[in-house]
Structures are given as C-alpha cells and as structure tokens.
Design a protein around this ligand. Sequence first.
Ligand SMILES: NC(=O)C1=CN([C@@H]2O[C@H](COP(=O)(O)OP(=O)(O)OC[C@H]3O[C@@H](n4cnc5c(N)ncnc54)[C@H](OP(=O)(O)O)[C@@H]3O)[C@@H](O)[C@H]2O)C=CC1
Ligand SMILES: O=C1CO[C@H](CO)[C@@H](O)[C@@H]1O
Length: 331
Amino acid sequence: MIRFAVIGTNWITENFIKAARKVEGFELTAVYSRTKERGQLFADQYNAPFVYTSLEEVATSSEVDAVYIASPNSHHANQAILMMNNGKHVLCEKPLASNTAEVERMITCAKENDVLLMEALKTTFVPNFNEIKKHIKKIGTVRRYVSSYCQYSSRYDRYKAGEQLNTFDPQFSNGALMDLGVYCVYPLVALFGEPKQVLGQSYMLESGVDGEGSLLLKYDQMEAVIMYSKISNSYLPSEIQGEEGSILIDHMNPPKGLKIQYRNGTSEQISLPQDEHSMLYEIEEFISLVKNNEKESNINTYENSLITARILEEARMKMNIVYPADRANKD
Ligand SMILES: NC(=O)C1=CN([C@@H]2O[C@H](COP(=O)(O)OP(=O)(O)OC[C@H]3O[C@@H](n4cnc5c(N)ncnc54)[C@H](OP(=O)(O)O)[C@@H]3O)[C@@H](O)[C@H]2O)C=CC1
Ligand SMILES: O=C1CO[C@H](CO)[C@@H](O)[C@@H]1O
C-alpha cells in the first residue's frame, strides 16, 4: 500500500480521496490542516488515523509515503520541497507552482531526493485525451488549437459582495489563468510542445487577479487560441483544426465527448466512457509509478510542467499580473 497524507481540506481533497479509494494500493493515513478541529473532522470523515497541524510532522512521519498537495498555489513549492527533502513522493495540484523558478526548484529537489513529483493536471490522463492523441493524424496538418474554459465561479458573487476570498487573491498566486487557463495550456503543451511566441490580454479584477483573459500562441505551422474566465460561462466546445477536419472537444476538464468533423462532411464519434471520478486516472498513474520505483511520469513530464509554467509566466508578465511569489524570486 502507498500511504498518503493530504494537505488542504477543501472539496478537491474530498474528490481526490473518493477517486483514490477506487485505486488499488491507496491508503489514507494522515490529514494535515492548519487547525486541529478541521483536521480531525476531515480525518474522521475519511477514516484517516493521523492528524497533523505541523507540516514538519507530515514530512518526517514514518506513517507517510506520499503527499497530495491541494493548498493555495503560492504554498505548493515550499510544501512540496519540504516533503521531498524528507523522502516523500509528491502529487501536487495544478498549477504546479506560482512561477517557473519555483517549478525548477521543485524538479531539482525531486531529482536530488530520488522521489516522484507529479503535477495533478488531470486532463492529460483521462482515456479521452489518449483518444485525441490516437486520432489526431486523421485531421491532417493541424493549423489551430482553440481551447476554452470559462466558468462563472461559485465564489464570484461572494467576491462581488465584498468578501476577501483566496481564489481572487493575488497573494495566493490565483486568478483565471492559473486556475482554469492552465487546463487549456497543459494539453496544448502535451500535444504540440513549446510555442515560439506567447501573447495575452486579460480583464483585471480590483483584487489584483485576472477575472478572465485570452492567449494567442504561435507555433511554426499553427497557432493556439485560448480563452478562460472565472466571471462568465462559455458554452462553446474546444477544437483542434486540421486541414482535413476538426476534433471537437466538449470540455477541457476533463474531455468527455469527442467528435471528428471531416471536411468532406462526414463525422465520427471517438469518445470513450470514462469513470465519473475523473481524478482516478492521475492517481492510478502516480501509484503505479511509486510501486515501480519510477521518478517521473511520462505523461505529465517535468518538461511539460516546465513549459506550461514558462507559458503561464510569460503571459502573466505581458499582462502585468505579478504575484508576491514573483517578487520573492527576484530578492
Ligand atoms: N484538480 C482540480 O479539479 C482542482 C484543483 N484545485 C487546486 O487545488 C488547490 C487548492 O485550491 P482551493 O481548494 O480552491 O484552495 P483554498 O484557497 O480553498 O485552500 C485549500 C486548502 O488550503 C488550506 N488553506 C487555505 N488558506 C490557506 C492559507 N492562507 N495558508 C495555508 N493554507 C491555506 C485550507 O486547509 P486547512 O484550513 O485545513 O489548512 C484549504 O482547505 C489549488 O492549487 C487549485 O488550483 C482546486 C479545485 C479543483
Ligand atoms: O481546477 C479547478 C477545476 O474546477 C474548479 C471549479 O469547478 C476550479 O476552481 C479549480 O481550481
């Protein structure tokens, strides 16, 4: 069994545990929370025997092999590095960190400590992403990747009513690009690698994060158009346009319905049924890597995480979205 601790007690950690319980080899042994009461409540709910309120305790615990990190983005790097320096494998939520320098430090740390580090960006692990890769040659030379993830945040009304919420706070390296745009960027990188140029613009909220934005990325023979928002919904599918046809993708998180629309007028459904607990696939990958003593995923590779971090950072710098974590790197 791989004995997990979880950091963060929000709904995404609950989803993680529900999905992980379907994966052979998963065991929840510890919950970390900043407060004992919250940690205990969470641990009781999910039958975790240990509750820690100190990160050092998690890192040095002999009861823990691996840590799932679902804390605010600005905490990912320091928490992951502390865990890895103490020999723990780390599955870390997206985006892997606040910026490229932090991602580089995390990768170096994983290599130095001979542990596994993997970004929990689930789109690239689900069966339907494999179907995209399998069928993409059918659409001929790809000319455009159009990807959209626009979802009116369940917390936006509270923000507008004056509440200070982590999800709209730059102190935590948050905002629409980091939160949702990354679901469009990472698959682009997994499919097409690093772009030659990144342009972007966004609408900034008063709190100092982007509420929505768009990126335009240039490749040698194609371009990518990416739209993301936490302040409006979009009902448009995403699409990969080729000279012979297009792959239509219903959602980026995760893709469920896929169709090829050919230029000659015919079409083909290519989607597969997927488990409703869509985090299951990334957890299967992580546990299988740990069991096989492998230190890097060949799906969410270090290179993919690094390129994604470079794109997010370059776009942010062009849009003047600067986090405290960026300034800290320059001190
Ligand atoms: N894969 C997916 O589908 C999703 C991924 N995410 C990712 O998960 C991560 C967490 O997101 P989200 O839950 O919205 O984040 P929150 O800001 O709600 O924080 C998550 C947890 O971190 C702890 N926390 C909250 N504030 C602080 C703070 N100031 N300092 C330290 N710890 C804090 C809390 O746990 P406690 O009080 O117990 O310490 C909380 O439950 C992000 O990286 C996000 O991108 C989020 C949603 C979905
Ligand atoms: O990763 C994510 C996907 O879904 C959430 C909302 O539904 C986001 O807020 C989150 O950060």
